[in-house]
Design a protein around this ligand. Structure first.
Ligand code: HAM
Length: 416
């Protein structure tokens, strides 16, 4: 059957797929609560400046990918392209701004106007975590360990964890100058985007995937080694803590991440089961500017892409839990049985039994087909004879066994 498609880069998620989504969500709630995190729900759209100021005007997301529109009062609004900026806007009303730690997680749709491909959507879903208010390398390591814990529990193990440091902003001068000098010498052979990045944001060159740029990126100076001692010590403490917690990682000196708010630790988890878009999750420590405040909010966190988590689980052969199936399908043979079953369905549902039935007269065969399609656990067959005798036939669909049950025991039988 053909169907009307949703806009490119978006998907409908049907009931039989939702069970896997619920498993991702409920596992997140369980694992994150072990670390003291509570759920926060923020709006799906924010004032545009929340993202412009929070993510930085130079980021690709802000420059090219935001869904921005005007509200009736002429204010510019944007569908959230990620969760951190909105969550920090919400937490700016808490003690997080005064250095009191806040632990929150969130899940839901994000929107980026990217070119759709496998694993790259325009509406996608993230499960994210933010720890705001305090700065400590152990908190960064804990955030990474919690993400690894979650991925293992949810059936997305086998990932590779890449980490790096961006240092603090005051520390970046010498490294930035060294990078600029290196790339300036080769810029004629590099892509147009990188030519623009050379002056505007040289770090972003490290992220370029173009073949013509790769060899110059591979030969670039190791920026982290040019950072000051305190930045390097901070990073060492993150790595030491991960080792203590037995979280395997690989230091990737070229990892910069696409958002400008990062300082110190950055990380990305990749999986070979994914194609070109191989990041299941990413995050790091940040200093994020919230409109209305002079001082940035400090935090560390991550987000995992739910569509990509599902792809990894599927590749690993993880079965989604079964969807909702009725405890019983009531087959009605004749008008009187239909009326009786209508009342019975109400009573059974009030008693916590899930019931399916059809309200128009149908043949036995057609109703049994419906019961099969819905994967009903039992079928109760009721016709003139049963109404007269007060006893119905209950068929167990898993093993095919049948028994006769007096009407007044149907509920007890089905709630056993
Ligand atoms: P991000 O790396 O932009 O980070 O996104 C995190 C994850 O979301 C990615 O690793 C990927 O799995 C998924 N994702 C991103 N874009 C798409 C897309 N177009 N289609 C499908 N999946 C996608 C952030 O968003 C930061 N806010 C993470 C963070 C939280 N940093 C600190 N706290």
């Amino acid at each position: 059957m053909s169907k009307s498609s949703p806009p490119p880069g978006t998907s409908d998620i049907f009931a039989d797929e939702v069970t896997a989504w619920l498993e991702l969500e409920n596992t997140a709630r369980r694992v994150f609560s072990l670390y003291g995190y509570g759920e926060i729900r923020t709006p799906i759209f924010e004032f545009t400046e929340v993202f412009q100021r929070g993510l930085g005007n130079e980021t690709e997301v802000v420059q090219k990918e935001m869904y921005t529109f005007e509200d009736r009062g002429g204010r510019s609004l944007t569908l959230r392209p990620e969760g951190t900026a909105g969550v920090m806007r919400a937490l700016s009303g808490t003690e997080a701004m005064n250095g009191v730690e806040q632990r929150v997680f969130y899940m839901g749709p994000m929107f980026r106007g990217e070119r759709p491909s496998a694993g790259r959507r325009r509406q996608f879903h993230q499960i994210g975590v933010e720890n705001a208010g305090k700065v400590s390398p152990e908190l960064d390591a804990e955030s990474i360990a919690m993400l690894a814990h979650y991925l293992n529990e949810v059936g997305a193990g086998g990932f590779e964890l890449l980490i790096n440091t961006r240092g603090v902003k005051e520390d970046r001068g010498p490294a930035e100058a060294a990078l600029r000098e290196h790339f300036a010498a080769h810029i004629d052979e590099m892509c147009e985007d990188c030519r623009n990045r050379l002056e505007r944001n040289v770090w972003r060159i490290l992220d370029c995937k173009q073949e013509c740029c790769r060899k110059h990126i591979d030969n670039a100076p190791d920026a982290a080694s040019l950072f000051g001692e305190s930045s390097r010590d901070y990073f060492k403490r993150v790595c030491d803590m991960l080792t203590t917690w037995n979280v395997p990682f690989k230091v990737e000196p070229r990892l910069v991440r696409g958002l400008d708010y990062y300082v110190h630790t950055v990380f990305e988890l990749t999986h070979t089961a994914l194609g070109g878009q191989n990041a299941i999750a990413g995050g790091g420590r940040y200093e994020l500017t919230v409109p209305g405040f002079n001082k940035p909010v400090q935090g560390v966190g991550f987000a995992a892409g739910m569509e990509r988590l599902l792809m990894v689980r599927e590749a690993a052969g993880r079965m989604a839990p079964a969807g909702v199936t009725p405890d019983v399908f009531l087959v009605s043979l004749g008008e009187k049985a239909l009326a009786y079953n209508g009342k019975l369905a109400g009573d059974l549902r009030n008693a916590g039994v899930s019931v399916a039935l059809e309200y128009e007269p149908k043949s036995m065969k057609s109703q049994m087909r419906s019961a099969d399609r819905l994967k009903a656990k039992n079928v109760l067959i009721l016709g003139e004879t049963e109404l007269e005798s007060g006893v119905a036939v209950l068929k167990n669909m898993a093993d095919g066994s049948q028994k006769t049950v007096p009407f007044n025991e149907i509920q007890v039988e089905l709630t056993k």
